[in-house]
Design a protein around this ligand. Sequence first.
Ligand code: F0G
Length: 359
Amino acid sequence: MDALSTLPKNSRPGVLERYAELLPLTPATPRIDLGEGSTPLVRSQRIGPSLGIDDLYFKLESCNPTGSFKDRGMVVAVAKAVEDGAKAVLCASTGNTSASAAAYAAHCGLDAYVLLPKIGIAGGKLAQSIAYGARIVAIEGTFDDALRLAREYCARHPVALVNSVNPHRIQGQKTAAFELVDALGDAPDYLFIPVGNAGNITAYWAGFKQYAERGFARTTPRMMGFQAEGAAPIVLGHIVEDPQTVASAIRIGNPASWQSAIAARDESAGAIDSVTDAEILDAYARLAREEGIFCEPASAASLAGLIKTAAARPDLRGATCVCIITGNGLKDPDTAATFKTTQTDVPARLDAIESALGL
Ligand code: F0G
């Protein structure tokens, strides 16, 4: 054994190493690893019990290297792009896909081009794309416009498209379903998940089905997807031209994986429903204050959906439920800042602190 081979590898295996046999890898696929995947599954301390649901868990995809679930799919998409000889990657994004693409491109020495709607990208996400050195093009239009143009651009130029229309993205993202089964011993009864472009619900369902087919899980969950009320094309059954919601990550009016999201819903006997911005913000605040989980608003759509469903379906009480926490709250500090602050300004004296805290 030479000295190099005894050096420690990354402290825990990334998605490509952990699930190599279940991913479309070849010997020529570079085994890149920024520490994505293997995210925590945290049991609810207060919200579950308050709803009468003893087995409620949060899957913290916000703990991925760029702070969202996108890294699981991006590591596969970028590895395959490198394998195919690409020199650059491109995506349209509401902010998280672009942050992830930019990070993995930087890791591999590729150029990253990101098409963002000019209005409504959360500040932390934009900061990430800037920091990772992506070339940013801000479009006067929606995410749906940006995705259409991204597809057209990549059809004409030698640049790899790394949106979830790239099947490698879905392949990587399905590994979160594997992790849930690995952690719980079987699939949960219900999976609550935000829906935007609908790639993630598609990926989880593919993962659960694959694990069941291989005999690693006995069951599959009901897939419970939630769109924001002002951006709910799947619920309404038609494209939304001007989607609006505080949850900027899922401000999408024409999801690319629309049909596969419907298939996931129907094959799993699940549902795709909408939640209001008020319900999203209530769930967002409760996650932070009652569980210690600071997520971005879009992520809270999963818990908002659970709260809405629990009111109508008492059978949730005995069920194992998982809410996917898709992105980190630090990405969108402006939304947190809209909450009433508990800050008091005082001079630097103990008595002033004592009187401010009222103790
Ligand atoms: N949650 C977060 C934090 C997201 O960033 C997204 C999508 C979703 C949920 C919805 O997932 O699109 O697979 O249904 N963000 C994309 C982006 C659109 O560009 O970052 P989906």
